[in-house]
Write a protein that binds this ligand. Structure first.
Ligand code: DAH
Length: 339
């Protein structure tokens, strides 16, 4: 074996490459010279028969030849590929004016839209937003809201209990406690969130959404509660709607009220939606009970506050005239596309 052999192969390769006319022929060329049994590969294999003193020089020379051939091959390959592409482009014209495939666009769920609208109204009134966990402890969901263990008022909430005294929150009220534990008054927060109850029929769902509100400061009165909630209800249902406050009971507020708005369907005359009362019950509310302040170390002699809670699905049902709450969760596109 001599370096003459290498030169010979290189020369032959150059001639062969000039005759190559297609990508397929180029592949045959590659196999002939660089393949597993190709000429150059064979040459490298023959190294072992060479005088050891000449091996390094010879090996280097073969590898150099190999690189040269490889780079020429790559050049040729790119050339062919470009030819193929140019040919394709000239034969098949692409009509760039054809309309593309329409990608279906998702949109917000009606409950999300209503929730965002409600939150927006309170933001305009100066409220901040807070959130809390769906899995709660008994302490936050009940105890600190002045609902002791074994007290009959716990029956107001059909609770999903988990292990170790944990539960799925039955209302967003526990977030009131979490806010007051962390922050000093003045406080003005709304809390959007998902809540859970062992309940379901055409107006109740085991999972639904509430918006909670809390305002605590010096000299907050029932008048402030009435003012804020009236402004809110007028923003949602229209300024012409009457609003009324009825005495009620919640363990965490004293006094407590339920807030009704004039029926949006019959304007107070009485219909199926308002069960002939002329009124729609929208909110639970009241002045924060001093016992609740006791759990979060806020001095009830110095501060006072009001709180409220409402069901988002209920407002959405009234707003859109939907009589079955389950429609919101069935993911029927024919239903959802109407919003
Ligand atoms: N948490 C109550 C419920 O789920 C609603 C409620 C009533 C919240 C009065 C309040 C409130 O903050 O003051 O039934």
């Amino acid at each position: 074996m001599t370096s003459g052999k290498i030169e010979e192969i290189k020369l032959q390769a150059g001639k062969d490459l000039d005759c190559v006319k297609s990508l397929q022929e180029l592949e045959l060329f590659r196999i002939k010279y660089l393949g597993k049994n190709g000429l150059l590969t064979e040459l490298l294999k023959s190294l072992r028969n060479i005088d050891p003193s000449q091996r390094p020089a010879f090996g280097q020379a073969v590898n150099l030849a190999k690189k040269e051939i490889e780079s020429k091959l790559t050049e040729k390959k790119v050339e062919f590929e470009n030819q193929v592409l140019t040919k394709k482009l000239s034969e098949k014209e692409i009509d760039i004016t054809l309309p593309g495939k329409r990608i279906p666009r998702g949109k917000k769920h009606p409950i999300t839209v209503v929730m965002e609208d409600l939150v927006k109204i309170f933001r305009r009134l100066g409220f901040d937003i807070a959130e809390g966990p769906d899995v709660e402890t008994e302490y936050y969901n009940f105890e600190a809201l002045n609902i002791p263990k074994y007290h009959p008022s716990r029956d107001m909430w059909a609770t999903f209990w988990l292990e170790n005294g944990l539960l799925l929150r039955t209302h967003t009220s526990p977030v009131q406690i979490r806010i007051m534990e962390k922050k000093e008054p003045p406080l003005a927060f709304v809390v959007p969130g998902r809540v859970y109850r062992r309940d379901d029929d055409i107006t109740h769902s085991a999972v639904f959404h509430q918006l909670e509100g809390l305002m605590v400061d010096l000299d907050i009165t029932f008048g402030n509660l009435k003012g804020v909630l009236t402004a809110f209800l007028h923003a949602v249902f229209g300024k012409d709607k009457k609003v009324r406050f009825r005495p009620s009971y919640f363990p965490f507020t004293e006094p407590s009220a339920e807030v009704d708005v004039e029926c949006s369907s019959c304007n107070g005359k009485g219909c199926r939606l308002c069960k002939n009362t002329g009124w729609l019950e929208i909110l639970g509310a009241g002045m924060v009970d001093p016992n609740v302040f006791g759990y979060v170390d806020i001095d009830p002699e110095k501060y006072s506050g009001f709180a409220f809670g409402l069901g988002v699905e209920r407002i959405a049902m009234i707003k859109y005239g939907i009589d079955d709450i389950r429609l919101f969760y069935e993911n029927d596109l024919k239903f959802l596309r109407q919003f």
